[in-house]
Design a protein around this ligand. Sequence first.
Ligand SMILES: [Zn+2]
Length: 193
Amino acid sequence: MDGLERSKWILRDASVFKSVEALRAAQAEHGASLGLVRPKEINRIYCKKRPDSDRKEWEEHRAEALSQKELYVDAETETKDLAFMPVQYRACFRCDDAACHTEHDVSILDWGIYALSRRQFAARGAALAERDVISKIEEMMDASKRQPYFFLGNTKPHPQSFMAVGLYYPPCSDGHSKKKGPEAATLKLPGFD
Ligand SMILES: [Zn+2]
């Protein structure tokens, strides 16, 4: 299956919503808890320091994510080693939908980003790691080169609040896609390759 075929398969299988607003409406109506949203524009990727009191929240998110692991954790992930990270990466974006009236600011809980962040923190220290990870996310989600989607998921305690449980960025279908670089190989959405 080539990249384009795989994209079609994923996009058929997972529900694509026009906007976060539409996903929230589907959540309220029939309990939708996962959906792909293609942003109209990503305004900012940034890093936020997490107080240690967030550790509990992280562990809850981790438990939640693991309960849906068939969707986005690859078989080799050593889930028991998922440690609390002192920073959280976030994205601010608008949806491509007239119903979108506000910028969304979501946390990114993507396993590829998590793994990259841990590696970079260990190898280069906090400041350089943060810069590297942010520029990697910006590159992956660059709409001039790819078709970026946020794979949004909620948690049981906060059903109307969505976070990015994955980043999905198939190549542009117009033939301008870049060849698959090392980042594409290592930062794929886990579980879909
Ligand atoms: Zn919106």
